[in-house]
Design a protein around this ligand. Structure first.
Ligand SMILES: Nc1nc2c(ncn2[C@@H]2O[C@H](COP(=O)(O)OP(=O)(O)OP(=O)(O)O)[C@@H](O)[C@H]2O)c(=O)[nH]1
Ligand SMILES: [Mg+2]
Length: 211
């Protein structure tokens, strides 16, 4: 075995994480944990809760469901290393009403305005779907508010190499449209692909306290 070759499913340890609190709406008075916050946003069923469980290596931490709209509250999960992960409610499918989209963009706006300790916003999108315009707007909104937008294409286990190349091209087109690059991950909560890379990325973005 070549010692310089990276191990594909390298196990990257992640600090112990547990449920902290649920929030139904955001206001300046909303009590939030101290330390750096990282948010996870995406359409209903995009795999936010599954990804959180994979990253934290805790199967039942965030509730996963086949029925879209499972996560209705903002759920905060705190790590023993002093930073927290936030599971945001999923918003509708492309068939969802105009109002639903508007409500979601308002929630996101409120979230980004009020939560000043938010450092990174993970924008999840099922790799089997094309990347929608609202998600492009989310990247721009986060950037304007000095929050690092990170695009995560989920359920990558469902794609073949040809489809994967196509979504790589799709994301490059979005970067060209915006005029700047953003970190991009291809992950599968099912196979664990990309999870180690995401853990490393998260740990590189937060100041950890000794546990
Ligand atoms: N094949 C595959 N299925 C996945 C993956 N991640 C999630 N799923 C499935 O997708 C469905 C939705 O997953 P959730 O994690 O609940 O999605 P969510 O974005 O939290 O959904 P809401 O809470 O409704 O917003 C479930 O049936 C999961 O089992 C993945 O990496 N691969
Ligand atoms: Mg969920």
């Amino acid at each position: 075995m070549n010692p310089n070759k990276p191990i594909y499913h390298e196990e990257v340890p992640f600090p112990e994480t547990s449920f902290s609190t649920s929030i139904s709406k955001i206001s300046p008075e909303t009590p939030l944990p101290e330390g750096t916050l990282l948010g996870f946003i995406g359409r209903s069923n995009s795999g936010k809760s599954s990804l959180l469980n994979s990253i934290t290596n805790r199967k039942g931490l965030a509730k996963v469901s086949k029925t879209p709209g499972k996560t209705r509250l903002i759920n905060v999960f705190s790590t023993k290393a002093g930073f927290s992960l936030i599971d945001l409610p999923g918003f509708g499918y492309s068939k969802a009403s105009h109002k639903e989209h508007k409500d979601m963009m308002n929630l996101l706006d409120q979230f980004l305005n009020e939560i000043t300790s938010l450092k990174v916003l993970f924008i999840l999108c099922d790799a089997q779907r094309s990347f929608p315009e609202e998600e492009v707007q989310m990247i721009e909104t986060a950037t304007l508010k000095k929050i690092l937008p990170v695009v995560v294409r989920t359920k990558i286990d469902k794609l073949n190499q040809k489809d994967r190349n196509a979504i790589q091209k799709e994301m490059e087109a979005v970067m060209n449209e915006l005029g700047y690059p953003f970190p991009l991950f291809f992950v599968s909560a099912t196979t664990g692909k990309g999870i180690g890379e995401m853990r490393k990325f998260i740990l590189s973005k937060v100041q950890t306290i000794p546990v």
